[in-house]
Ligand binder design. Structure first.
Ligand code: NAD
Length: 518
């Protein structure tokens, strides 16, 4: 059937079969969705945390009761094995849901702020956190269930309503998310899903929600930042990565090899935090490479059964990038140890281990987003850090060593939002920990307390508990005023109680001067 411009077709990347077609939400309908979300916000913001928690926990029950069906849908529409739909999407998001359902109230509790010597003047300050309004969520296709669902849960627990625009490659998973919230009993329009490709996402940004949570490429992230700036809509941008794994000579090489294989090839390498560059100390490079190749050759690519490790890649466009990078590595003199080819006429690409890579190669700089693991070597700790940081990206990184002091020391010198020591990739699955990038890998955070704070408007409340006297800095000014302000600068602003005490006579002179002027 020919493709109409007002509909999108979802296909199974493993078979090319059509899954179904959906009407594209028009820009006017997207704007209406944001308006309705704003109306729904007026009552949703007044719900108690207990009520929000009840509904989120009910949504968890819906997922648990339909878990196998949801896992199959994720696998069918995104190409990943059912094993990964369960381990990398459903399990982590269920954990995130219980965490924010149970803890959002505590995390968003009004908080007293220490205001130093101002407290001596009978003042106090506290922070309160208000919901923002409507949060627009624009995710990528690679974790089409856990990313938008997790962000929606955080936004809802903070008192916002949400409009989700799923990726055009995974629209039915997006609709499923809407259905889960509806079945759980969320109010109408608290969670809405709009369908379409980039134009629909652009319409959502144009409709000026109160926040945009975007996950996708650097190029689209920049486009969204520009469009959002027109309305001063703030954005969280979760963008690409080229994540390094550093293996020191004292690392447990068996564990490092297993981690590299999973970190590079899970989700067919289509994770923002995939291991895309492996730097190993030259003295153990041969041994580690052999262990990695041996493990890689055991992996089952495609087909059916619980033992499938790599599914289909998401799209022809993605496979084309992988083919280009593999060809580039070969042209630049690197060596394909295993893999390097796709199964003809399919979107299955064999897991590919490449040795002899270095940072001068283009494919070591651009995000591949596919099942390739290029390996380069280093001689010293300083060189390893320099090579890892030699990238426009900075999402995650990992350091492998038995020396934990060295691991921590190196980790803190890596320019990346999350750095693991003796672990790879998986911390997006820990809802308690913040996620986000340095450099071109993004702006802002999702997950963790920092991620929750992106979804609220912080308000500072300041109270003068001794509102009996005028403040010394009020008008009209005078010579006494100027002398007092000099004292503020030299004594009060030092933060020293002792010096401030010396200012008291001057301060009282000034206050009485002002009182006399009343
Ligand atoms: P993409 O940028 O092509 O698309 C992402 C989303 O943006 C889709 O829903 C798309 O329809 C929408 N979109 C496209 N143009 C738009 C526009 N002008 N305005 C508004 N929305 C628009 O990215 P992709 O190919 O879907 O995803 C792959 C990228 O996502 C990779 O670079 C990957 O690293 C990144 N990613 C990052 C994270 C993270 O947490 N940092 C997580 C997953 C994926």
């Amino acid at each position: 059937m020919p493709q109409r411009t007002d509909e999108i077709t979802s296909t199974d990347p493993a078979t090319g079969e059509e899954i179904g077609r959906l009407a594209v939400t028009s820009p006017e309908e997207v704007a209406d969705a944001v308006t309705r979300g704003r109306e729904a916000f007026q009552s949703w913001r007044k719900t108690t945390f207990t009520e929000r928690k009840r509904l989120v926990m009910a949504a968890r029950e819906v997922i648990l009761s339909e878990m196998d069906e949801i896992a199959l849908l994720i696998s069918r529409e995104s190409g990943k094995p059912v094993a990964e739909a369960l381990s990398m999407e459903i399990a982590p998001v269920l954990d995130l849901m219980q965490h924010f359902a149970r803890n959002a109230e505590r995390l968003l509790k009004p908080r007293r702020i220490g205001i130093g010597l101002y407290a001596l003047m009978g003042r106090s300050s506290k922070m309160v956190y208000h919901p923002l309004g409507v949060v627009g969520i624009i995710p990528a296709w690679n974790y089409p269930f856990s990313i938008p669902l997790g962000e929606a849960v955080m936004a809802l627990m903070a008192g916002n309503t949400v409009v989700i625009k799923p990726s055009e490659l995974t629209p039915f998973i997006g609709l499923k998310i809407g259905e889960i919230f509806a079945k759980a009993g969320f109010p109408v329009d608290a969670v809405q899903v709009v369908c379409g490709a980039g134009d629909t996402g652009a319409a959502l940004v144009e409709a000026a929600p109160d926040k945009i949570m975007f996950t996708g490429s650097v190029a689209t992230g920049k486009r969204i930042a520009v469009a959002a700036a027109k309305n001063l809509t703030s954005t969280v941008l979760e963008l690409g990565g080229k994540d390094p794994m550093i293996v020191f000579e004292d690392a447990n090489l068996d564990l490092a090899a297993g981690a590299a294989v999973w970190g590079a090839f899970c989700n067919a390498g289509q994770s923002c935090s995939s291991v895309e560059r492996l730097y190993v100390h030259e003295s153990v490079a041969k041994e580690l490479t052999a262990k990695i190749v041996e493990r890689t050759k055991l992996l089952k690519v495609g087909g059916s059964g619980d033992d499938v490790s790599l599914g289909a890649m998401s799209s022809e466009r993605q496979v084309a990038i992988v083919e280009d990078h593999v060809a580039q590595f070969i042209a630049d003199g690197a060596r394909i140890e295993t893999g390097g080819v796709r199964e003809s006429d399919t979107l299955f690409f064999g897991p590919t281990v490449i040795s002899g890579a270095n940072n001068e190669m283009r494919a070591m700089q651009e995000e591949t987003f596919g099942p390739t693991l290029p390996i380069a070597t280093f001689k010293t700790e300083e060189e390893a850090i320099r090579l890892a940081n030699d990238s426009e990206f900075g999402l995650t990184a990992s350091v492998w060593t038995k020396d934990y002091a060295k691991g921590g020391r190196v980790a803190e010198q890596i320019e990346a939002g999350s750095v693991c020591v003796n672990e790879v990739l998986y911390t997006h699955g820990i809802g308690q920990t913040p996620w986000g990038g340095f450099k071109n890998s993004g702006r802002g955070r999702t997950h963790g307390t920092e991620g929750l704070m992106e979804l609220v408007q912080p308000q500072h409340i300041h109270v003068n508990h001794l509102a009996l006297l005028p403040d010394a800095w009020w008008m009209p000014y005078s010579s006494t005023a100027v002398e007092t302000f000099r004292g503020f600068a030299t004594k009060f602003a030092s933060g020293s109680l002792f010096k401030t005490a010396m200012l008291m006579p001057q301060l009282f002179r000034r206050i009485f001067e002002l009182r006399g002027k009343k």
